[in-house]
Design a protein around this ligand. Structure first.
Ligand SMILES: [Zn+2]
Length: 110
């Protein structure tokens, strides 16, 4: 039972099993102190470049910007949902604080 993860339309959509699940221009709150100076980043996603299934998380490498301070770039791989028993479930992205997987891993090593 495998799940097909794909980026469509030049990075505008994440598709899971041929269903469009996550689109750019969603507003996400990030705990990403390396991205900009804001305590929480008000991040608007502008494009996806890569998707990976990382353990249970489905994570997209996303570029975009902080609408509070204007900083733009790639904060890391952002977990948008997870796979459970071969099915994709999206996180409640508008109501959680996301943490880029890269910085989460770095913190665990300390
Ligand atoms: Zn900012």
């Amino acid at each position: 039972m495998s799940v097909a993860l794909r980026i469509l339309d030049d990075g505008a959509w994440l598709s899971v099993n041929d269903q469009r699940r996550v689109s750019v221009s969603e507003l996400w709150r990030l705990q990403a102190p390396e991205f900009c100076e804001c305590a929480l980043v008000d991040f608007i996603a502008e494009g996806f470049t890569e998707v990976s299934a990382d353990g249970r998380d489905v994570a997209v490498t996303t570029y975009g910007k902080c609408i509070a301070c204007g900083e733009s770039g790639v904060p890391g791989r952002l977990p948008v949902g997870y796979i459970h028993r071969g099915e994709y479930h999206g996180y409640d992205r508008e109501n959680i604080v996301m943490e880029p997987i890269n910085s989460r891993a770095a913190k665990n090593q300390q």
